[in-house]
Design a protein around this ligand. Sequence first.
Ligand SMILES: *Cc1c(COP(=O)(O)O)cnc(C)c1O
Length: 420
Amino acid sequence: MTPTKKSPIWHPFTQHALHGEMTEVVRGDGAYLYTADGRRIIDAISSWWVVTHGHCHPLIVSAIQKQAEKLNQIIFAGHTHEPAEEVAALLLNLAPCGLDYVFFSDSGSTSVEVALKMALGYWHNIGQPRTRIVVMQHSYHGDTVGTMSVGARGVFNAAYQPLLFDVSSVPFPESGHEQATLDSLEAACRNENPAAFIVEPLILGAGGMRMYPACVLKEMKRICEASNVLFIADEVMTGWGRTGTLFACEQAGVSPDIACYSKGLTGGSLPLAVTLCRADIFDAHYSKDRTRTFFHSSSYTANPVACAAAKANLDLWQNRPYASLASVVAMQEQEIEPFRGDARFKNVRQIGTITALDLKVPDGGYLAGIGPQLQAFFSGRNLLLRPLGNTIYVMPPYCVTAADLHEVYAAINEAADALG
Ligand SMILES: *Cc1c(COP(=O)(O)O)cnc(C)c1O
């Protein structure tokens, strides 16, 4: 690619008037990215939270190659294939108990759309129509109109606001104010006859890496269960080991009624998503009456190559790589420790393999100039970090080394002096 030629590509979450050239990446290997201009970059955010075992993991790559030669696409209505059947069976084995059916789609957003449609379809089909959804403040569930509706409202969706449907929101359980969240959820469940409550378990990702304890998650599930409100766990980001367990719900002993998984489902190699649900949600759609069909599909539903990649990922998890996961958790603990009590930062925090800390700046928030400045600083040190405003977070692939992480935190330390 000649650097002088202007590309016609419109990039995601990118202000082209402010952003210079895009970094051209030619190869990925483990925790590293290699650029066209010969640099090696440490991928400290797992390429937007998707890469789990590392870029181009050999077992996943070979599974993709084998499947691509055999069957690379098939209509999934009225048809099935081995990779999808294997993935579904393995998923139900690994997921929290009580989940009985697997619906495939192709992105985290779609898996959430499917979850919402399953919930509304359930109430509609059992003859007690309910349409209200309860959400948590600061949540992110995707960028489609439906998922924007259940996510935080702000500058990201101001232009589309009139099209977004109305929801009830409970406050984020800030430390010391957890009871307010629970009271608010209880009131919403009692007074508004909601179809479902949707929540990101233990950590709100795009909403600023905000963490809350497992006991709150457990209590929220109890409230939903007691009020007969469906509990949807959006584990699109938290799944696949990020929080230190395979799924975040495990830490609270919570079995959601509906669960969404994507990002790390294929180890970060190909787009695929699943929505798992309880048998009675499937059963509410099971009928000789065609009007009760679950009317949802994507062209590439359960694409065989993506399923083969997911199968390889699930095989890796079947072999219980929890020792390497625990070592990432420990390395992260060690590196974040010196920042606790550092006057340049606040809210220094960790859950599992994820750490986050907020640089003290006079003017924070996502659009504050500090975000792009930090990003440029890290990029100059060959590190891929993408702060959310003044919130710097580290979410590495699990093959990251102690030396890589040390380099990342040394740069965070320098950035705070240079830009804080
Ligand atoms: C990323 C994300 C989504 C959306 O997933 P896409 O694959 O980007 O559509 C939904 N929910 C959560 C919690 C996410 O982090």
